[in-house]
Design a protein around this ligand. Structure first.
Ligand SMILES: *Cc1c(COP(=O)(O)O)cnc(C)c1O
Length: 487
């Protein structure tokens, strides 16, 4: 099945817009500026609306269905975020306009920095990074600058637990560090003996995700951090899993030196269409001077009733700019709105409910699906999508079959330390009805795996496209619309 292009519904003479008759004299356009052949589709407004609305509905979305994609925190994005981001004073800002005409926006950025400092327990925050991975790069460059500043040029390695997201080792390698993998122990914690063996004077830092990508809180987190600090290293916290911790534990209080937040995960800004994301980074006191510049600050507190004046300042040992202009401002407005709408107690409830929902699902599924690390989870958990008595059925088949029930599949084959991983993160925004329906589907699929495995192998059956050749889809991406003449 192929989807019609907008050219396929083109019909000569159809128009979406009709201009009024000209009331000025006609002028000829210079000939060399005109293309002889510019095949534009000829369509009415209603054709365009229907074409693109239909295309938009071919994909699963958080607004149309449950989306338990582990590690990604696909929570509902409240519509009020869109309303505030579209306020004309925010929407029509230009990054080059004089800052005395953008004081409201700077105040919002300042307050968001303050809120993120409070939530994470940090002394400074930059809002520049464009996503979590970009925050990681920012953080690892700060680690680099810190050791450089201490004239410590032999600190060349970064330790990364084997449960980590692929962006962690990629970031460290990109920044010129040697990556050393640390295994997990049988409870899913960082293996302390393996860590100890690597804590020497070549250690630059550790990248730690806590709760980790198994959805487990590291039971020895304080010992882990202390060991790295004692060896002179810094601890980078991958904050992608902050949805489990809001108002409950602050990474800064645990001793983490640097951490990125994913506004598009924890703080309900959309992941839509591949971006834009936003990955602010918080740092402890001893690293504030290294933050990328500029950061927003109060440059004049103002007298009496006068409002303070906000401006940009450059931290004295700044690693430099990480992003053109000031980051993804629209995402900052959305996250700011989300935080204000919840307040401190509300944010804590977000995490409590996210953890409760995950444990509810885990409890109902763990007798049917193998659970490698069987202990109370945080906001997500990882099952095995494979059984000895259904040897031809794999995690991928289960995921594809879930689509027939109207659910987005869980994350597959990550983390790598669980075979046939199905990583499930329900988030706090789902009702018990939705969770129960998901459990019913998962149990039904487990039954089908024994009785009729072909229905899984051929799935999905009900989506606009059936099972894709994923290798070709990734290798031979077609990203542009072919014009009809070209073939
Ligand atoms: C999502 C994620 C990242 C990367 O964040 P992006 O915003 O997608 O760049 C890093 N680590 C973990 C654990 C994640 O889940």
């Amino acid at each position: 099945m192929t989807e019609p292009l907008i050219y396929d519904i083109s019909s000569p003479g159809r128009r979406g817009v009709r201009f009024p008759d000209a009331d000025v004299p006609k002028a000829e356009l210079p000939k060399d500026m005109l293309r002889a052949n510019l095949p534009l589709p000829e369509v009415a407004e209603i054709d365009v609306v229907r074409h693109f609305t239909r295309l938009s509905q071919l994909n699963h979305s958080i607004d149309t269905g449950f989306y338990p994609l582990g590690s990604c925190t696909m929570k509902y994005n409240p519509k009020i975020n869109e309303k505030t981001a579209a306020l004309p004073g925010f929407l029509n800002l230009h990054p080059m306009q004089p800052i005395d005409s953008a004081q409201g926006a700077l105040m919002l950025m300042y307050l968001l920095q303050e809120m993120l400092k409070e939530i994470g327990g940090f002394a400074g925050v930059t809002l520049q990074p464009a996503a979590g991975a970009h925050g990681e790069l920012t953080g690892v460059l700060i680690i680099c600058a810190y050791h450089g500043a201490c004239d410590d040029k032999k600190r060349t390695k970064i330790l990364i637990p084997d449960s980590a997201h692929g962006t962690n080792p990629a970031t460290s390698a990109m920044s010129g560090f040697k990556v050393v993998e640390i295994p997990s122990d049988e409870r899913g914690n960082v293996d302390l003996d393996a860590l100890k063996a690597e804590c020497d004077d070549t250690l630059a830092g550790l990248m730690l995700t806590n709760p980790n990508t198994l959805g487990l809180f590291d039971e020895n987190v304080e010992a882990v951090i202390e060991m790295v600090h004692e060896a002179g290293g810094l601890v980078y916290g991958d904050g992608a899993n902050m949805n489990a911790l809001l108002g409950i534990a602050r990474p800064g209080d645990l001793g983490i030196d640097i951490l990125h937040y994913n506004l598009h995960k924890t703080f309900s800004t959309p992941h839509g269409g591949g971006g834009p994301g936003s990955g602010p980074v918080g740092v402890a006191e001893h690293l504030v001077d290294f933050l990328p510049g500029p950061v927003v600050d109060i440059v004049d507190p103002g007298y009496d009733e006068e409002p303070p004046l906000y401006g940009f300042v450059n931290p004295p040992k700044s690693i430099g700019r990480m992003k053109a202009f000031n980051g993804h401002f629209g995402m900052m407005v959305r996250a700011f709105t989300y935080i204000l709408m919840h307040g401190g107690a509300g944010l804590r409830k977000v995490s409590e409910d996210a953890v409760l929902n995950a444990n509810y699902l885990m409890a109902l599924l763990k007798d049917t699906y193998e659970l490698k690390y069987d202990r109370t989870c945080m906001h997500e958990f990882v099952l095995e999508g494979h059984w000895a008595d259904a040897p031809d059925v794999h995690a991928l088949d289960i995921s594809k079959r879930l689509m027939d029930f109207g659910f987005h599949p869980p994350t597959n084959y990550f983390p790598l330390i669980v075979p046939e991983a199905l990583m499930i993160e329900p988030t706090e925004t789902e009702s018990k009805d939705t969770l129960d329906a998901f459990v019913d589907a998962m149990l039904e699929i487990a039954k089908e795996a024994r009785e009729n495995p072909d229905v899984l192998h051929e799935a999905p059956h009900t989506t606009p496209f059936g099972r894709l050749d994923e290798v070709s889809a990734a290798r031979n991406l077609v990203l542009c619309c072919r014009l009809p003449e070209q073939d």
